[in-house]
Design a protein around this ligand. Structure first.
Ligand code: 13P
Length: 343
């Protein structure tokens, strides 16, 4: 496998493939496990993720890369094989979440700034040794009355750019993730407000990336789709989400960026797949559009698994199905009929 940033970035967004976001932090994975009444321990987290990474056909055919949490990149399967090696032997690329989380932003009530730049160069060096070839940093922007503020947008974009430059210095492809949330504190905004804020945020992020001298050919953008807040009075139609998202991206994302891998952000499994497929069917587009889903790839598998070793095969089947449907969506080939037939 080539070590050039541009080649790694291309491989991450190869047609038919996308990224599995399995980098839930301790608090988030506990929430997911609470929903299936499984205790979150080192071993249960390891067993769950091992189940995902050993889903052979999903990993080989539809998962270009996996975003890991610090704990997972150091974990081994019960037989002693590092989980990173399992991912690599399936032909998938290990990645790592490197931000230290979104914290309350001083002087900006209701807004967050993502931390983690101090000591990042040294951490990236170690992660490269452990096998990571790409990284992720997530900024969160909430929409509410009078929010976001320029101070919050600018500070988060600046941090993303400094992170991306450090990654590339250490031969790691940065996933740049500015998430305009659909499930924030209020989340009652309509789709047009999301379009306006997303355009503002992406423009600011690309200005900062330019100033930080980031090589756009060696990065992947991970944005939200342009979509109404989950408490909005009116939900947008799938065609509207697709049309407004592509329009927003065309206005803000340079064609030198090889690929855009969306987060699911609270959409249902089917919605996230449907939206992605509609956008790809609108092609030709300047970049590859694919998925980097957490919840929308894992929800069904998590439920089927339920913490029981006897359910591993069933859970892998659920995961493989979801990965395959999203692989089709990344080529604009998903249909409701295929979803049903396969299920
Ligand atoms: P969701 O797809 O569940 O939003 O998670 C993706 C992710 O990595 C958020 O940082």
């Amino acid at each position: 496998m080539s070590e050039r940033l541009e080649d790694i970035a291309q491989a991450m967004v190869a047609p038919g493939k996308g990224i599995l976001a399995a980098d839930e932090s301790g608090g988030t994975i506990k929430k997911r496990f609470d929903s299936i009444r499984v205790e979150s321990t080192d071993d249960s987290r390891r067993d769950y993720r091992h189940m995902l990474f050993t889903s052979k056909s999903a990993m080989r055919n539809n998962v270009s890369g996996v975003i890991l949490f610090d704990e997972t990149i150091r974990q081994k399967a019960p037989n002693g094989t590092p989980l990173v090696d399992i991912i690599k032997s399936a032909g998938s690329i290990p990645g790592i979440k490197v931000d230290a989380g979104a914290k309350d932003m001083a002087g900006h009530p209701g807004e967050k700034i993502t931390e983690g730049l101090d000591g990042l160069r040294e951490r990236l060096k170690e992660y490269h040794k452990l096998g990571a070839r790409f990284a992720k940093w997530r900024a969160v922007i909430d929409i509410a009355d009078g929010l976001p503020t320029w101070g919050c947008v600018k500070a988060n974009a600046h941090a993303l750019a400094r992170y991306a430059a450090l990654c590339q210095e250490q031969r790691i492809v940065p996933i740049v993730e500015p998430e305009v949330m659909m499930d924030g504190q209020v989340a009652s905004h309509g789709i047009d407000r999301c379009a306006e804020v997303t355009e503002w945020v992406l423009n600011t992020v690309f200005a900062e990336l330019y100033d930080a001298r980031v090589n756009l050919e060696g990065m992947v953008l991970k944005p939200n789709m342009v979509i109404a807040g989950q408490n909005a009075r009116r939900k947008a139609k799938p065609e509207q989400v697709a049309e407004k998202t592509v329009r927003c991206l065309k206005a803000t994302v340079p064609a030198s960026v090889p690929g855009i891998a969306f987060l699911s952000g609270g959409q249902s499994d089917i919605e996230a797949t449907h939206h992605l497929s509609l956008m790809n069917a609108m092609g030709p587009l300047p970049w590859n559009l694919t998925f980097s889903y957490g919840r929308a790839l894992q929800a069904a598998a998590l439920k089927s698994w339920g913490g029981k070793p006897g359910n591993v095969a069933k859970a892998q089947k659920s995961f493989t199905h979801r990965a395959r449907m999203n692989g089709l969506a990344s080529q604009g080939k998903w249909t409701k009929a295929k979803e049903k037939r396969a299920a």
